[in-house]
Ligand binder design. Structure first.
Ligand code: ADP
Ligand code: MG
Length: 394
């Protein structure tokens, strides 16, 4: 697990944050940002930048790298602090508590609001796992990884936030989306446990039916979760179901939609059969009503649903997460789906990820290239990194 010493956050000065933000801005088009560039962006007098960089280094918020040329880059913690600081400035949270989850590509913490409520904060870490193998093989990527990961993690967070909001508005049982900044999403804390930890249920049939019903209802709204499994379903003491973890969702018009849909369905069927040791349709009205008694007949049919599905997928494109964002992200998160599962109960997960490698590499390359086209703008005039926090911080 990751150490996040938020006390450091409290003691960092305004200038130290200014320099940290300058490193972030420099990373828009440099993997390693030369100190002179940090200095120019920060615009502090009397060598202030260099002194502050040393402090940031000591707190491990930036990393000094002289492998290619001399400079600095943000660490995960540095990026985390920028997002957390922004939430604090916005008055959304006042403190960070214990870590409550470690996903393959995220860290989840409890955070506290001013009025004492506890929320969940998800820090996206795209590329933490799926990239390791690819990275070592492609020089091209080795030069480009860091700032690209910042960008992709930010996209993943934005997507998760947008989807969470839209799903909530349409009455789906999801965490309530509170705020989003950089790679970080704030949401309500879901009570209970991930289904994978639940050994017994009062009404497994009802829970099963609810979950399959969710997959169907999502598809009726034009969406497929793509990572719908026992790790991403929370169950509380009343056996109420909440679904989480949306960065990989796709539209029912996606070219592989049927495969993703069926995979989500299969995953739930298999899990319930194995864990609760009963045929899932034992006490399930809807499924008993279906006319077929074959294995496949019990499962919802994608084509039938997709034919008359709504267009939440289209509405989402207008919600801040653009179709172009979607394409970029999808090239990257494709093979994340069901990673959780393969890694935990399947020794072949390594081999499996290698099978995808050539396809994945191709996708990453395309993604990186399209991002490079984007980031040729002048770092001194660009504003999409967010403001340097001079007026509002401290
Ligand atoms: P990943 O994409 O890395 O799998 P998840 O969103 O699935 O991340 O979160 C990882 C774990 O953190 C979950 O399995 C769950 O235990 C916990 N978690 C995530 N979001 C919440 C939340 N809103 N409330 C409570 N626990 C959560
Ligand atoms: Mg998950």
């Amino acid at each position: 697990t990751m150490k996040l010493d938020v006390n450091v956050l409290r003691y960092l000065s305004k200038d130290e944050f200014r320099v940290l933000t300058a490193v972030e801005m420099g990373m828009r088009n440099h993997e390693i940002v030369p100190a002179e560039l940090v200095d120019r962006i920060a615009g502090l007098k009397h060598g202030g930048t260099y002194k502050n960089l040393r402090t940031l280094l000591r707190h491990k918020l930036v990393h000094h790298d002289s492998s290619k040329y001399d400079g600095f880059r943000l660490t995960n913690m540095g990026y985390d602090f920028l997002a957390i600081k922004t939430f604090v400035i916005r008055g959304v949270i006042v403190g960070v508590g214990r870590q409550i989850g470690v996903g393959k590509e995220s860290d989840i913490f409890e955070v506290v609001t001013e009025d004492g409520r506890t929320l969940a904060m998800k820090l996206h870490r795209l590329g933490r796992t799926s990239f390791r193998a690819v990275k070592s093989k492609r020089d091209y990527l080795r030069h480009r990884t860091s700032y690209n990961w910042l960008y992709l993690s930010r996209l993943a967070a934005l997507k998760e936030f947008s989807f969470m909001k839209a799903l909530e508005e349409h009455g789906f049982p999801v965490p309530s989306a509170v705020d989003c900044n950089r790679h970080c999403v704030l949401m309500s804390l879901v009570p209970g446990y991930p289904l994978v930890q639940v050994k017994q249920l009062q009404n497994p049939g009802v829970v099963f039916e609810t979950i399959v019903g969710l997959i169907v209802r999502l598809a009726e709204h034009g969406l497929i979760h793509c990572d719908f499994n026992e790790f991403n379903i929370m169950i509380d003491d009343d056996e109420k179901v909440t679904m989480i973890d949306f960065p990989q969702m796709v539209s029912v018009s996606h070219r592989n939609a049927k495969m993703y849909f069926d995979r989500d369905v299969d995953c739930i069927f298999k899990f319930f059969e194995k864990r609760f040791n009963s045929s899932p349709n034992d006490d399930c009205d809807r499924l008993e009503e279906s006319d077929s008694d074959s294995e496949d007949g019990r499962k919802p049919c994608f084509e039938a649903i997709a034919k008359k599905s709504g267009s939440l997928d289209k509405a989402l494109a207008a919600s801040g997460f653009t179709e172009r964002n979607q394409d970029e992200l999808e090239k990257f998160v494709f093979d994340k789906a069901h990673d959780d599962k393969t890694s935990s109960d399947d020794d072949n997960s390594v081999e499996e990820s290698f099978c995808h490698e050539s396809e994945l590499t191709q996708e990453i390359t395309t993604c990186v290239e399209s991002h490079l086209e984007d980031s040729n703008g002048d770092y001194l005039t660009t504003s999409s990194c967010g403001p340097i926090m001079d007026d509002r911080s401290n």
